[in-house]
Write a protein that binds this ligand. Structure first.
Ligand SMILES: Nc1nc2c(ncn2[C@@H]2O[C@H](COP(=O)(O)OP(=O)(O)OP(=O)(O)O)[C@@H](O)[C@H]2O)c(=O)[nH]1
Length: 773
């Protein structure tokens, strides 16, 4: 039996799905076209018009009808050919019967649900066609795969950060597939689509998916110090770097002052040292100093010891710790009249820790021995108790008695230092590229940004390009600690370097190289810094998103309350040198408690500028100017903009002021205090113009003072029955403001006219108690 299947199935075989299998199954076609072309192929397939006819035989032997599909014919075959004209509307859409039996044009013919229901046979056929199609595709994919070169992984450029959702798109895999792979790789139990991946993570995953990850590794280039010399014992000797440490006012600066015969102590604000000073002290005669002539550093035959003067104030602990890391010998100054103090113990701890890491020696200088109150023996005992094993008690720490003021014992101290340096055998390479450390940096008038650099290896000469952190310098000038221009600075010499493009930070390693490498390394360090910042943000972002997901509405409420609860004093800090700014920030940041505290919004070295004021105004902050000047014009800009500026040269004064500011921000507590008590003895009526207008209670003050301005409580049988204010307070016939203990008075209350004999009138004051830190 042969019939045209189109004539039977056309109305039910319109969907595109049917058309697809007809097209895709072309290789199996074997039967000739005998009928009109199929109308079931959508116009989208019209581009296949150039293809040869596609023939298909039905697998069902009962349906021996041939299907002919010719793309050209499709466009010719319209709905009009298969539907009566009464069923089609003006727009060619299928009409549906309405309520009154008329046909109305509604949906598209092609999407009519009534026309797309295939028969059972048709379904079987469709299924069979799909299976065939699958097989074809598998065969094709295998063929393509076989022809591809083996073991070639496609490159995948990995961004610095990427979310899981974006990375799935980059890999061209489903999000679920990527998430499963991440779980298999043991990354996390649950990975949301917005979880941010770092490039390292993403690279590992890309490999899992058979891709070749490419990360931008340009930032890998950097400058490093030259490798250590293979035979250090053959290198030339260098001057020892000596740091003087000790408790505040134990005489460190005076000691150095005497050593270099200048008067630094006199010029210090507030009498305390506030930033690292580095000085090279020439020791003129070997007999005076005891130094070997090998400690020469320059062309002349002068011998040198490099001294670093570090501040003693607790806020400078960080700077002091940095001081020891470049130091060979620490002189621990202990005042003989004061003994071992907290910062003396701190230095002992610091030196012990440094000793464990490397080669740091310690000499104890018992200072101020010229004073009457000096007790050297007691000081030594206290040092022993603090685990300082002095030489005279069988230990290894030399102890010298000195007076910084009179110079007594200083040759002994220098001799001891020389001996220790000899034993330590301090040598450094001179013919390698220069390496050093920034001890201090500041902006100096006429010179711009300058840095005190302690050279540790090589010889630094003017014109050498330098890199410290992300600051570069052309080394325009080298100045000695006595402000003399130098032609070179060798190992162990502190030197002032000018020509910096920006201020390097104290503690930065200084490296010399050629200009091109320095610029490249700087660019890479900056890039690395910004990448690190981004990566830090990534962690914070992931944590925040996780917290957001896990947060319940109740939590949200508590958190916002907490955040809103803490008050902040925002501060812009400007200081003379970076070390002072760092120390000040460290000291101020700890001020406050959970209710109010300090937030440093910006820091900088140099004078206060208009932009500092504007920045403070924009964030509602105050400006702390430490050891820097504020021009009048800037002061007036600050007052015009309502920005508070606090100027000081002394760190503890700044700390005290900021603490007061924070205290004033703390919420006050209120306390009620009973200031007086009076008992009602008798009630009187006051007649005015023949009428009773007022009831006055005649009372006796039993305790304290009854003040008219206080709140009055009426207590009857132990219960407070009224609380209000006094209308009248009289003594005899006079209106008074207060009545003392034991005195009788007349009381009339505002809005209360029901006083009884025996009632107690208690006067209460509300006292505001300021917050405490
Ligand atoms: N009598 C006497 N007084 C001294 C001696 N050394 C220092 N002084 C006095 O002690 C005080 C503090 O001296 P500084 O040299 O400023 O002390 P410092 O340890 O450098 O103090 P900071 O800079 O605050 O760490 C000054 O008044 C000095 O004059 C000394 O050997 N004998």
């Amino acid at each position: 039996m042969s019939a045209n299947i189109l004539s039977r199935t056309t109305p039910r075989t319109l969907p595109g799905r049917h058309s697809n299998f007809l097209r895709d199954a072309a290789p199996h076609s074997s039967v000739q076209a005998t009928e009109k072309p199929s109308p079931i192929v959508s116009d989208r397939r019209a581009h296949q018009a150039q293809q040869p006819p596609i023939l298909r035989s039905h697998p069902d032997p009962d349906v021996s009808v041939d299907i002919v599909h010719h793309a050209n014919a499709v466009s010719e075959f319209t709905k009009k050919d298969i539907l009566p004209s009464t069923h089609l509307g003006d727009k060619g859409r299928l009409k549906r019967p309405g309520r009154n039996g008329e046909f109305k044009e509604r949906g598209s013919l092609l999407h009519s649900p009534r026309t797309s229901v295939p028969s059972a046979k048709q379904k079987t056929w469709n299924r069979w066609q799909q299976l065939e199609l699958k097989k074809d595709r598998a065969r094709y994919n295998k063929k393509v795969k076989d022809t591809r070169p083996q073991n070639v992984r496609a490159d995948l450029y990995i961004p610095t950060v990427v979310t899981v959702g974006q990375f799935a798109r980059l890999l061209n895999v489903r999000l679920g597939t990527l998430q499963r792979k991440m779980v298999q790789a043991g990354m996390r139990d649950e990975i949301p689509y917005d979880y941010v991946l770092t490039s390292d993570y993403a690279a590992l995953l890309a490999e899992e998916f058979g891709r070749n990850p490419i990360i931008n590794d340009e930032a890998a280039f950097d400058l490093y110090p030259p490798p250590p010399h293979p035979t250090p014992h053959l290198l030339p000797l260098r001057p020892p770097v000596v740091t003087i440490m000790g408790h505040v006012d134990h005489g460190k600066t005076t000691l150095l002052d005497t050593l270099r015969s200048s008067s630094v102590a006199a010029s210090e604000a507030g009498g305390i040292t506030q930033h690292i000073g580095a000085f090279c002290v020439p020791v003129t005669s070997p007999s005076d100093s005891g130094l070997d002539a090998t400690y020469t550093n320059n062309t002349s035959d002068e011998r040198l010891i490099t001294f670093l003067d570090t501040p003693g104030h607790a806020a400078f602990s960080a700077m002091r710790a940095r001081g020891t890391s470049v130091t060979d010998i620490v002189i621990l100054v202990v005042a003989a009249d004061d003994g071992v103090m907290p910062q003396t113990l701190e230095v002992i701890d610091l030196v012990n820790r440094e000793k464990d890491r490397g080669n740091v020696g310690m000499v104890v200088a018992i200072n101020k021995v010229d004073k009457e109150a000096a007790n050297v023996a007691k000081t030594k005992q206290a040092l022993l108790a603090a685990n300082v094993s002095l030489e005279e008690y069988g230990g290894d720490v030399p102890c010298v008695e000195v007076s910084g003021l009179t110079g007594r014992g200083l040759p002994d101290l220098i001799e001891t230092l020389a001996l220790m340096a000899d034993v330590m055998d301090l040598r450094a390479e001179r013919d390698c590229s220069a390496v050093g450390y920034v001890l201090e940096s500041k902006v100096q008038k006429g010179l711009g940004p300058v840095a005190t650099v302690l050279v540790s290896r090589g010889i630094l000469t003017p014109g050498t390009p330098l890199l410290a952190g992300t600051s570069i310098s052309s080394t325009r000038m080298l100045l000695s600690s006595f402000s003399q221009p130098l032609l070179s600075a060798g190992p162990g010499t502190p030197v002032l370097v000018t020509g910096w493009k920006s201020l390097p930070a104290a503690g930065d390693e200084v490296l010399a190289s050629n200009e091109a490498d320095i610029k490249r390394a700087k660019a890479n360090r900056l890039r690395k810094k910004s990448t690190d910042e981004v990566l830090q943000d990534v962690e914070a972002l992931n944590a925040m998103r996780k917290a957001d997901r896990e947060k319940s509405p109740a939590d949200e409420q508590t958190q916002s309350k907490g955040e809103g609860g803490k008050r902040e004093l925002k501060i812009v800090v400007k200081g003379d040198v970076s070390g002072s700014v760092e120390a000040l920030v460290g000291a101020l940041e700890g001020t406050g408690n959970h209710l109010a505290g300090v937030r440093i919004v910006s820091t900088g070295v140099g004078d206060v500028t208009e932009s500092d004021i504007m920045m403070a105004k924009s964030v509602d902050a105050m400006v702390v100017a430490f050891s820097v000047s504020i021009p009048r014009s800037i002061q007036s800009i600050a007052s015009q903009n309502g920005v508070v500026v606090h100027m000081s040269d002394i760190i503890y004064r700044v700390m005290d002021h900021i603490q007061d500011c924070v205290v004033s921000m703390l919420p006050c507590t209120y306390e009620t205090k009973v200031v007086g008590e009076a008992t009602v003895i008798q009630l009187f009526d006051i007649h005015m113009k023949g009428k009773i207008t007022k009831k006055i209670a005649g009372c006796r003050v039993g305790n304290g003072v009854v003040e008219k301005t206080c709140t009055a409580r009426v207590i009857r049988e132990g219960q407070v029955i009224h609380e209000g204010t006094l209308r009248t307070l009289r003594h005899l016939k006079k209106e008074v403001t207060e009545v003392g203990k034991g005195t009788e008075c007349g009381i009339n209350l505002l809005d209360f006219d029901d006083l009884h004999e025996g009632d107690m009138v208690q006067m209460v004051k509300t006292i505001e108690i300021p917050g405490k830190l």
